[in-house]
Design a protein around this ligand. Structure first.
Ligand SMILES: *Cc1c(COP(=O)(O)O)cnc(C)c1O
Length: 366
């Protein structure tokens, strides 16, 4: 392939590698926080029926306002949320892009606190939104006073905060979310709850704060707890005025009839699909305990992954794991690695591979 003529591509996109974890063919995939349990044959049969019904009308454009899906999502969320307070798109990644298209843009800024999800600066870049980063504390929590002070100083239009945070697994307490909403006068706070269903008992959801804060947006996804990453369905809950604003920037008919049908069929089986979540939470807590018992440093996790370390050469450990058929993720602050929670068999393979790799490389946790 010959390179593009100079000046053809937007300057800020030159020499940029596309985002994405390696998609490798290995036996144990623990790198992108997928749910390891596929939908049951009952769920698959219902999805099949729903897609067949949708196929009969594929000559027509889908319901642009995806009313039935919004109703189903609102019912799932509870907390008194109505369909007019729900928005959905092709993955919460697209939901986030819609939010930045509407509330970010040229001359505006978005802010987050590192270490955090590496896609956020990309949404900012792609929407010509300025990008600012604050920092989390050593234990990956967010100091409310420092966070509020930074927001007061920089006056961002959008603040992006995952809870639980990726890649650290750290959830946000209510008082931090509330304080940021208050100080964000003229801006929106997006709490990215992609992993909310995995949170530990006693960890709150920002959904509870929606009635008190009209500038709060809570995003969710069907990719993780719902085991539906392949369907690409993300959504949010917020004030109806915020959802209305997103209708202006979305592409026409952005959510295909097939996607809407699949999502609704899956939501009808929410209880069953979420059944694996409890098993994964137990497996997560056991993984944290095991890693700590081996002497590793481990971040407390409310998600379906665990960040652990620290390694003088984390790439060597990552590669050693891969050589043993276990793919984990090289992400987060230097020296740390992230493992997604899989089935008991997969986690046994993870433990065995890590023990073998660290004994050979003489890498030990601090
Ligand atoms: C996985 C993940 C998402 C979900 O992305 P989808 O586009 O819905 O698959 C969103 N935010 C964070 C922080 C994630 O880790």
């Amino acid at each position: 392939m010959s390179p593009l003529p100079p000046g053809l591509l937007r300057e800020e996109l030159q020499d940029i590698e596309p985002y994405g974890a390696p998609q490798l063919d290995v036996p144990v995939l623990l790198n992108v926080n997928e749910n390891p349990y596929p939908p049951s044959s009952t769920v698959v049969a219902d999805i099949e029926r729903a897609v067949t019904a949708a196929a009969r009308d594929l000559n027509r454009y889908p319901d642009r306002e995806f009313v039935a899906l919004r109703e189903a999502l609102a019912a799932y969320l509870g907390h008194g949320i109505g369909p007019g307070q729900v928005w959905a798109a092709n993955g919460s990644n697209e939901v986030m892009l819609h939010l930045l298209q509407a509330f970010g843009g040229p001359g505006r800024t978005a802010l987050s606190f590192a270490p955090t999800y590496s896609m956020y600066p990309e949404y900012a870049r792609d929407t010509h939104t300025g990008w600012e980063v604050g920092h989390r504390d050593e234990d990956f929590t967010l100091d409310p006073e420092r966070a509020v002070a930074l927001v007061r100083e920089r006056r961002p239009h959008v603040v992006l905060l995952p809870s639980p945070n990726n890649p650290t697994g750290t959830a946000l307490p209510h008082h931090v979310v509330g304080a940021l909403c208050e100080v964000l006068d003229g801006g929106v706070l997006i709490v990215d709850e992609a992993y909310a269903e995995f949170r530990r008992v006693g960890t709150p959801s920002a959904l509870e704060l929606l009635p008190a804060h009209p500038n709060l947006v809570v995003t969710r996804t069907m990719s993780k707890a719902f085991a539906l990453a392949g369907a690409r369905v993300g959504y949010l809950a917020a004030a109806p005025e915020i959802c209305d604003a997103l209708r202006v920037v979305r592409l026409p008919y952005h959510l295909s009839a097939v996607t809407q049908a699949v999502a609704r069929a899956a939501l009808a089986h929410a209880e069953e699909l979420l059944g694996a979540v409890d098993r994964l939470r137990v497996e997560r807590d056991e993984t944290v305990e095991w890693l700590r018992a081996q002497g590793f440093e481990v971040a407390d996790s409310d998600a379906n992954f665990v960040l652990f370390g620290t390694f003088a050469d984390r790439h060597a450990v990552w590669q050693g794991m891969l050589d043993r058929g276990v793919l984990i993720r090289e992400t987060g602050p230097d020296g740390w690695l992230r493992v997604s929670i899989g089935t008991p068999v997969e986690m046994a393979a993870f433990r065995e591979a890590l023990t073998s790799v660290t004994s050979q490389t003489k890498e030990v946790g601090r």
